[in-house]
Design a protein around this ligand. Sequence first.
Ligand code: AMP
Length: 284
Amino acid sequence: MKIVHSVREINSLSKKWKKKGYKVSLVPTMGCLHEGHLSLMRKAKSVTDKTIVSLFVNSKQFGPNEDLDSYPRQFQADCSLAEGEGVDALFCPEPEEIYPENFQTSINVTLLSQGMCGKDRPVHFGGVATVVTKLFNITIPDVAVFGKKDFQQLVLVRQLTKDLNYNIEIIGAPIFREKDGLAMSSRNRYLDDAGRRTALCLSQAIHAAKELVKGRQDVAANTVIEKTKEIVDNAGGKLDYAVVVNEFNLIPDKFVNKHSVLALAVKIGDSIRLIDNSKLMMAS
Ligand code: AMP
């Protein structure tokens, strides 16, 4: 596996591969890799000839009071994990390689950035859209794989790809979960034992919502949201939001239908915020 720090080098590597007729995939990550990330790499490898994984903690997607400085980092372990998956190149630029002095451009996917996680994190999705755009331009992939775990991000990336005419296939990979249902996340390592137990309320709420819906189209979204609130409250979590929205455009649904997604964010303790989501009428 090549470890590449410079924009120029990864760009020429990708161009060289494409000249040879290889199909190239990109898996963007912020490192601290876990099985969820690895499942994305496996997917990428299964559909292309060469896979690039980017490992970049993107300062622009963190607000001033968020966890940029304390975001977990484990470079050596990440290299071994990516190598173990047969990744062809790990692109791990220094911050100034991506945002040199006097960098001043930002990409905003306006409407999709506003609700849900965007409500409390006003700079987050602008930062995501900007870095994803740069990574697409730098690595010129044919395919990019993102996790459904970050549902709003996936919808936004699809929109960005369409709006900016990128000829890139966006693949949404299923959420990888712990045995007990907790969606894997780099932030799970912040949880103490009690927090870890409370954190189960996200997947439990999703399970309960699916049970409530049981494949019917006529269930009011509010009933699902109330049930979610109840489960999160009872577990001692603090619900940031719970919404039932359309899987393609994030517009709230009044009644559950086959494109409805329940998405929620829950604060565990003072500082750990976890997200989860699922389609309500079929496994996703
Ligand atoms: P991150 O490093 O948290 O920015 O995540 C990088 C990519 O991994 C994003 O596309 C995430 O949606 C995806 N990802 C994170 N956790 C999971 C998970 N548990 N299952 C599937 N994909 C995930």
